[in-house]
Unconditional design. Structure first.
Length: 384
């Protein structure tokens, strides 16, 4: 969607402040982005790693949760970051004095975005509130919540959604100009993955995810112990205590270091399965593609851009247990289809989900914007 920006010659290297979330899957984004920034000799940068204090978020809304959660958590996180949750971020901006601020994920930008003297900022994120409401009934976000988030998006110098699904919502529902959007999908370092290895016995299915119930782990256990019993073996990687299940056809590994997962376990797997009830653009599906695994996953959010139906895996409407059983049964029975889809998945990772390409492109855009909007070195850029 975006067009290249002209580069002027700056009097000094542009300075970028990266406000990096250390929450959930955003830890991986922060790690990759840090490496991309450190690889550049034409910029200076600071990184502010941020994890909101638990006590400060007790009343703050989330995407998930039911009616009780909405009653106990009435506060829009954008409001919270404008006030108490945003103090440390504003202090980091004053210390850094950057030319531009890159924020991932996006809500913490509310800490400074409404200030009349605010610096240019860019946002990385996996969904809009409009998108979440389309996936949930009743809707998770009120009309006022939607308006506040849309204003945060429109105030940004550039936006990096993880999917065309999220990008389309920006244009259609948040009234963001298409030229202000660059799709930046979940990406992986391909060299971290060992190639697939052959093994004896039935096909291995792997599930990776920490919210075991929401991501469909319990249902997958029922399928493997029920209609698929004896025809496959399920491996579970999760730190969720609910994932410590036992069964004749199940191995629960608990939490696992990335290196062990990428080098030892995934090469022995045949199918990746994520029957999630609510997700946007799960990083684990990019990792499955890099490992050369066909995936069976829920067809929601941006997942269809990570798993290409009938090419790199199979998509099933969320909640359709019979559809998931049929898809898994098909791949269990067809070794040739598994091999074909696995090779296509690896090619997809190499060409679309490659961290060397995606994160470098984000930094290029930040440099162009920082140069274009270069701030005087004495601008504090945030209120107290």
């Amino acid at each position: 969607m975006a067009k290249d920006l002209p580069l002027d010659t700056p009097s000094r290297p542009p300075r970028i402040l990266f406000v990096a979330s250390e929450v959930l899957g955003w830890k991986t984004y922060a790690k990759r982005m840090r490496r991309a920034l450190e690889a550049r000799s034409d910029i200076s940068h600071d990184i502010f790693s941020w994890q909101p204090p638990r006590l400060g978020t007790l009343a703050v809304k989330r995407h998930g949760g039911g009616r009780l959660s909405r009653l106990l958590r009435p506060l829009d996180p954008i409001h919270a970051y404008r006030f108490h949750l945003g103090r440390e971020i504003r202090a980091a901006i004053r210390r850094s004095r950057p030319d531009i601020v890159h924020v991932a994920a996006h809500w913490p930008a509310a800490a400074f975005a409404s200030d009349p003297a605010a610096l240019p900022y860019t946002l990385a994120f996996d969904c809009t509130r409009h998108g979440i409401n389309a996936l949930r009934q009743p809707p998770a976000w009120s009309d006022g919540d939607l308006v506040r988030e849309a204003a945060l998006f429109r105030g940004a110098a550039h936006l990096f959604p993880m999917s065309d699904w999220a990008g389309a919502s920006l244009v259609a529902q948040c009234r963001v100009a298409p030229e202000a959007i660059t799709i930046s999908p979940p990406s992986v370092e391909l060299s971290a993955f060992a190639p697939p290895r052959s093994h004896d016995g039935v096909p291995n299915i792997v599930f990776v995810g920490n919210d075991f119930a929401r991501k469909g782990g319990r249902r997958l256990v029922e399928w493997v112990e029920g209609p698929l019993a004896g025809r496959c073996h399920l491996h579970i990687v999760s730190q969720d205590p609910a994932a410590q299940v036992t069964g004749r056809h199940i191995t629960a590994h608990g939490p696992m270091a990335q290196e062990q997962l990428f080098q030892d376990l995934l090469p022995e797997m045949d199918i990746f399965c994520l029957p999630t009830a609510l997700d946007m653009s799960p990083q684990v599906l990019a990792e499955a593609a890099a490992a050369g695994l066909p995936a069976v996953a829920s067809d929601l959010g941006g997942i269809g851009e990570l798993v290409r139906h009938e090419q790199t895996g199979l998509l099933v409407p969320p909640g359709e247990d019979g559809g998931f059983v049929d898809a898994l049964d098909r791949l269990i029975a067809d070794q040739e289809a598994r091999a074909r889809m696995g090779l296509a998945a690896r090619r997809h990772a190499e060409t679309v989900l490659n961290a060397d390409l995606t994160y470098g492109a984000v930094v290029d855009r930040l440099v162009a914007l920082a140069t274009r909007h270069a701030a005087p070195s004495d601008v504090a850029g945030a209120r107290g």
